[in-house]
Design a protein. Structure first.
Length: 446
């Protein structure tokens, strides 16, 4: 870089001239047409003597000083790391919030039937929709990292900042380090959501739905009225005692025409059970016609339970869904239960898929990094590379679903980790040429 005589101070302004006189080591200037990049003095952030700021665009961008780099001057990269991290974090948060909001809005519409059918308010609706957010975040975080990395690196390319960094000897690993730091945070958040937050939120969601169904079953019964829950199930209540108990019940259950029954009970109460809302009858008589003779027979009872799950559409039994299980319950299913025994492969494959989910974050980030700073520098843009990276990200996710299904049926659970691991290793080998990185680092005295 040519040295500039101090007579140029008049053109740069008195303030900049005083700064130059106070820091004589920062007088290197590179001119290209009307654009002039001035080596900035040390700042409070760090001793960034290798940074160059553009006077025409203060505070934006970085330019390396190859002369100081070649001379073996220490080059602290904290400012570069913070700059790239800031350029990546902002679009990551924007993509994460925007994508999650769109998907959350579409998923929330599927919960409207619960609110309409069970007469709940907006507060309950909002709480139910919030409980599905963890499962959405676990899927959106890797894609948000992918999009943010593409955006940030493409912007740095458009401002020629990556080209200048490469000219100064900054390695790909140095540029990718802040992005990988953000990726590590995102991968950790994904792992925590999959292992703890998602099953906890889905269990709370099921409890809330069960509670609404039981409450609604109690609320729909009115003293002195015949209430039909579903076709073939009618309940009459004489009065209530104000504590949730019904007094004087007449029930006609003809949901199965061949086994129609009539119940008379002194008292009844609706309770929520794992199989759905249940109407418990106390001190009554059950009347059923004999299948052969057709004569009406009666049986006295002290306690009888009638399942109302057909009305409420309750969950199928006490069986927990895959999303409601913790990692230990997935990797070690209870073979004493029929459903777990018949779906043991699915449960174990789901557990390994949750452990492998953070690898998607690293795979997507490295794919974006390889697309924009891997390979030779291109003056014609990186549109084709970006398209290929996007297609590769979608294909990788589809392969992940297929491999998980294959692992569940074959028992080869290591296949769940294979696609992401292969992508991570290949992209890392293409990007981080360690011998070249070692040659690029300056040595003292050279």
């Amino acid at each position: 870089m040519p040295l500039v005589d101090l007579s140029a101070d008049a053109r740069l302004g008195t303030t900049r001239a005083r700064r130059w006189r106070a820091h004589p080591e920062t007088r290197d200037v590179r001119r290209s047409g009307r654009r002039r990049n001035v080596l900035a003095p040390p700042t409070r952030l760090s001793n960034c003597r290798w940074l160059i700021h553009s006077p025409t665009c203060p505070g934006r961008g970085f330019r390396a000083n190859p002369q100081l780099y070649r001379q073996g001057t220490p080059y602290p990269l904290s400012s570069l790391n913070l700059y790239i991290l800031r350029q990546t974090t902002t679009p990551f948060l924007f993509a994460l919030i925007a994508t999650t909001a769109i998907v959350w809005a579409t998923q929330s519409l599927t919960r409207l039937d619960i609110i309409v059918d069970h007469g709940q308010g907006l507060a309950k609706f909002a709480w139910l929709t919030v409980l599905i957010l963890p499962s959405l975040l676990a899927v959106v975080i890797p894609f948000a990292l992918f999009g943010a990395t593409l955006y940030a690196l493409h912007r740095l390319h458009a401002d020629s900042e990556i080209a200048v960094a490469f000219a100064a000897g900054v390695s790909r690993l140095r540029i990718a380090a802040p992005i990988l730091l953000l990726t590590t945070i995102g991968a950790g958040a994904t792992l925590w959501i999959n292992l703890d937050l998602m099953p906890r939120s889905y269990r709370e969601l099921k409890r809330e739905i069960f509670s609404m169904r039981a409450d609604f079953a109690s609320a729909i019964l009115r003293a002195g009225e015949f209430t039909t829950f579903v076709d073939g199930f009618t309940v009459y209540v004489d009065r209530t005692d104000g504590e949730g108990q019904f007094i004087g019940l007449l029930i006609n259950d003809y949901r199965e025409p061949t086994r129609s029954s009539t119940y008379l009970a002194e008292r009844g109460v609706v309770r929520q059970t794992p199989s759905g809302p249940v109407l418990y009858l106390l001190n009554g008589v059950a009347q059923r016609p004999d299948a052969e003779t057709g004569q009406m027979g009666s049986v006295s009872f002290q306690r009888l339970a009638l399942n109302l799950s057909d009305f409420g559409g309750a969950a199928d039994g006490f069986q927990m869904e895959l999303t409601e299980r913790y990692l230990g319950e997935l990797l070690h299913p209870d073979l004493a239960k029929e459903w777990d025994r018949n779906n043991a492969g699915r449960l174990v494959a789901e557990g390994h898929a949750r452990l492998a989910a953070p690898l998607y974050a690293f795979a997507y980030a490295l794919m974006a990094i390889a697309a924009l700073i891997g390979g030779a520098y291109s003056r014609q843009g990186y549109a084709l590379r970006i398209v290929i990276a996007c297609v590769g990200a979608i294909v990788l996710r589809v392969i992940g679903f297929l491999v998980q299904s294959l692992a569940a049926s074959t028992g080869l659970y290591w296949l769940v980790y294979a696609p992401m691991t292969i992508v991570v290793v290949v992209c890392a080998l293409l990007l981080f040429d360690l011998p070249a990185f070692a040659r690029a680092r300056p040595r003292a005295g050279t």
